[in-house]
Structure formats: C-alpha cells, structure tokens
Design a protein around this ligand. Structure first.
Ligand SMILES: [Ca+2]
Length: 534
C-alpha cells in the first residue's frame, strides 16, 4: 500500500464505489471532448499589437506608441517590446487551484481548515471577497472558466465553451510575452495545445485534460511547435500532482538566468477529485468534528437540470451527514496538502529575493458544493459553485486589506496588465481592478450575472441574488438575501414582500445577460435556446 490516503480509504467501510474513472489521455475530462487545435502562426502577434483600448491612460498610450511603431516586427515574430522608462515590470506568479471554494482559507474565517501559506497571501496582500466565475455551458465547469481567466472573454463569447482559444482572443501570457515577459506554464491546461504554444516560452509537466489520478498524472514536456503526440506522454508515478507542479515551477525559478520579468502560471489540479493526498494530511481532520453546512440537505429540493451528472454521483443519495463529513475532511486535507506545496514555492520566491518584485495571484477556477443544497459538484450557480477566492500580493498592492467589490475572474487579466503597464488587447472584456486596489470603496461592477447551460441563470446585486431555472419547461425561481442568508437557504421568491426586488432583478438579468452575449430570452417558454443535455 502506498503512503497515500484517499477518500476511498475512509469510505471503504461504507462500500464507497463511485471512484473516478481515469481521464482518457488527450481528451477533455469526462465528457470525451477531444483536445482541439487551431491554426497557429504569426497572425496572432499582428492582432495583439494592432489592438489597444482607446480608454487606455496616457502612460499606456505612450507605451503603445512604441509598440505600434514596431508592428512589422511583431508580424514577423514577436519582438519583445521593452519599456524604456525607469518602471520595472513586476514578475507575476499565478497560483491557480482547481475546485477550491471561496471559504476554504483559515484567514478568511474558516476555523476548521489549516492553510497557513494561503493565509500568508491574505495577510500580505489584498483579498477580493466578491470574486466570482461566470458559469459554464457544459458540466466541465473548469474549462470555460480557465479560458475566461486566460482570455478575459465572457462566457458567451468563448469558442466551444473554452476548449479552443482562437488566435483573435489574445491570452494573458501572449500579451505579457509581447511586452517582454518570459512566460512559463506547468500543470493543467484545459484548452487546446496551440493556445498553449503561442502563450509560453517554456513549460514543464503539462497536463492536458480535466482530471486524473493525482499520483499518476500523464504529462508532456514543452514543445514550442504545439505538437503533443501520444508517445510524448509520461507519468511521474508516486509524486502527487501538487508536488509535481510545485517542483516544476521551483525548477523554473531556480534555473532561469534572464534578468527580465517572468510570468509563471501554475495550474494545480487539486483539490479536484479524486481526493488523494499523503495520509498524514487526512489524519489531520476528524470527520465527526466537522460541522455540517447550514445548507446541508439530503437531496436538492427540485430538479435543477443536473442532479445526476458525474460529480453528483460521488456520494450516495440521499446524502447523509456522515458521508458528507468524510468528503469534507478529505477535501480539506487535500487543500492543506496543496497549501504546503504552495508554501514551498513561496519560500523559494523569498529565498531568491523576489518577494518585493513579484506579484503573486492566488485563485481557483470554481467552487464545490460538498453537500450543500444536497449537491456535491459545481454544476450550479449557488455561491458554493461560483464564488471563488482571489488574492493579489506584491509591488503596488496594499497589505492585509480586503475588497468587497464584485468582480469576475476575467477582471484579473486587465488588472495585471495595468499593474505591469502592459497594453490591454481589444479582445479583453474584463475590467481592471486597479482602481479598487487603490481605493477600498471603489467598484467596477454593480451586478454580476451567472449561467449554467441553458437551464440556470442568475444575477447578484448588492445583497440580493435571483436564480431562475427552466428545466424541461418547468420554471423555478429563488430569491436570496445574502446579507442575512449567505447560505442561500430561505427562498423569498414567492413572498409578496419581496416582489419588487424580484421584478427589478429580473429586468436587470435580462439586460445584463443580453449585454454579455447570452441568447436566452427569459420571456419564451423554452427561453428561446436549445436544450443542452444534462
Ligand atoms: Ca475546477
């Protein structure tokens, strides 16, 4: 028996058998979606340098003038555009986890979990407590949200739900590379290989796909051509994914000799199931001592359209408090193990004297229910699925502060461009959070909109959240007062006392979704869109 512990160990006595099928190599997770590819050539650099926002400030315009004068050079190859002024661009270390809910950091009030290194980031940086994802048009929620993070496109403007990033959608590392950054990737890449190839100057231990056994991750070495044939895959058996990817970025940090800025994108696959971690981490958590969430239910109260998706089969129906507590203990154990690995990376950054010159971004691609509302997965628009952690630390960023401003993950891209004084490509749809970093009372969004497939839509504004469902023609509404009911347990949708809020949010939702590019027409019986199978 290996040194590892799995949730299956702890559930063995209960006949737990919903183990996770290994993801076929070169396919996107459990949907059999094959990794697609698109043409890659020089044209992407042409697009990047030709497109800039009119709203850019004077400083950026001056920088772009320099960039624009070199358009011909970009067309023939990405010539690094160095800013000649004294401003030194910060390094950027992006730590991106998988399925980590917003409330799984001790420093943010979760007294049950142990996350000393994530807590370091909270204490040394700014935590955005109102950070959300936009949703998904498929059960593979990770995929579009990673695409949105990397391109800052809205959900409804992604190609194939983010499986493919067309050259017209300039990726964040592409934009940074053309501004002089050395760009590095390790870990999960849920988009096409050509998009990776045009984004990074190097990579190590690349995992194409959605999920896998954490101790047998099929990885590739970097190939600048974007060709990743099946015979190039290999496994480092016995090394946990969180250690594998941390080792890779540490090697990158220690071996680089360039004096220019770097962008290192570390895409962990934890705490996504299968819930595997060294046994000592599982032993840190006693399931019986973990409180059930106030929104625990044995089953979801109505058909939300996705009650039997693969993630929901990770626990038996009806859900029991004992089984949910065991899942929660394993989920927390995996996060604590991940936290230790992140600590190793942060320590190396400090040892190398890069603390003050490096922006560290910490976030996750979506949350996870783990028993809340009778659900296990992330295929919903409840807070536990769409609300994610987001922390920025580094030069130009206040220390130990929080920001409640509502934002999407795709706002991070233009924020980093602003902090690094890098041109924001026109394909970017997010809004820079730089004003919010400067001013704690500032905001860039009045409301947020969420979607899951074509049968769930939601809006959040101030303390209110409205969720509308249309499942095979059956419409359901939920209205929550998040200030008094953050667990979303008291549905006010049918209470006449809140009819005004419901009506205002419905109108807001219609307008907001249309602006984002959604095709849904809430007035029509079928919402005017084809059903996306559950
Ligand atoms: Ca995920």
């Amino acid at each position: 028996m290996s040194r590892t512990a799995t949730l299956q160990d702890s559930l063995g006595a209960f006949g737990f058998s919903a183990n996770i099928e290994a993801t076929p190599r070169y396919q996107h997770s459990y949907h059999g979606r094959k990794g697609a590819s698109v043409g890659c050539g020089q044209t992407q650099t042409k697009g990047l340098c030709a497109v800039t926002r009119k709203a850019a400030d004077k400083t950026r315009r001056e920088f772009l003038k320099t960039c624009g004068e070199s358009t011909a050079a970009f067309v023939t190859g990405c010539q690094m555009q160095q800013d000649s002024r004294s401003f030194r661009k910060p390094n950027i270390l992006f730590l991106f986890t998988d399925d980590q809910r917003f409330d799984t950091l001790r420093a943010l009030g979760n007294a049950q979990i142990v996350t000393p290194n994530m807590d370091r980031l909270v204490q040394d940086g700014v935590c955005f407590t109102g950070a959300y994802i936009m949703g998904s048009m498929s059960a593979a929620v990770c995929m579009p949200n990673r695409a949105m993070l990397l391109t800052s496109r809205s959900l409804f403007h992604l190609k194939k739900d983010g499986a493919v990033v067309p050259p017209s959608d300039v990726l964040l590392p592409e934009a940074l590379a053309c501004a002089g950054y050395e760009t590095f990737e390790t870990g999960k890449w849920h988009q096409d290989a050509k998009a990776l190839a045009r984004s990074f100057s190097s990579a190590d231990k690349i995992f194409f796909g959605g999920m896998n056994d954490h101790y047998k991750v099929p990885v590739h070495d970097f190939d600048a051509s974007g060709n990743y044939p099946p015979e190039g895959v290999y496994c480092v058996e016995g090394t946990h994914s969180s250690e594998l990817f941390s080792d890779a970025v540490i090697r990158f940090l220690r071996s680089r000799f360039s004096t220019g800025p770097f962008f290192a994108y570390v895409a962990y696959t934890a705490p996504h199931d299968p819930r595997e971690m060294p046994r000592e981490y599982l032993e840190m958590y006693d399931p019986a001592s973990l409180p059930l969430p106030p929104s625990f239910l044995s089953e979801h109260p109505f058909d939300n359209g996705e009650l039997r998706v693969r993630d929901e089969a990770l626990a038996a129906w009806p859900r029991t408090p004992e089984e949910i507590r065991r899942h929660l203990a394993a989920y927390y154990a995996m996060i604590t193990h991940l936290d230790t690995q992140i600590g190793r990376v942060l320590d190396v950054l400090d040892e190398m004297g890069l603390f003050s010159s490096t922006i560290v971004v910490f976030s996750s691609d979506n949350g996870l229910a783990v028993g809340r509302h009778g659900l296990m997965g992330k295929q919903s628009v409840y807070e536990h699925s769409v609300h994610v952690p987001l922390i920025l630390r580094g030069p130009g960023i206040p220390k130990g502060e929080k920001r409640a401003a509502l934002c999407y993950l795709n706002d991070v891209y233009p924020t980093l461009c602003d902090l690094a004084d890098v041109a924001i490509p026109a394909s970017v749809e997010g809004r820079s959070l730089a004003p919010v970093l400067r001013d704690g009372s500032a905001s860039v969004r009045d409301a947020l909109f969420f979607a899951y497939k074509n049968f769930q839509r939601a809006v959040r504004k101030d303390r209110w959240k409205l969720i509308l469902y249309n499942v095979h023609g059956t419409k359901t509404a939920q209205l929550f007062d998040l200030e008094h009911d953050p667990w979303e347990t008291q549905n006010l949708a049918d209470d006449p006392a809140y009819a005004r809020q419901k009506q205002e949010l419905t109108v807001l939702m219609k307008d907001g979704l249309k602006t984002l590019g959604d095709k849904v027409d809430l007035e029509k019986p079928d919402w005017g869109v084809p059903e996306i199978p559950g």
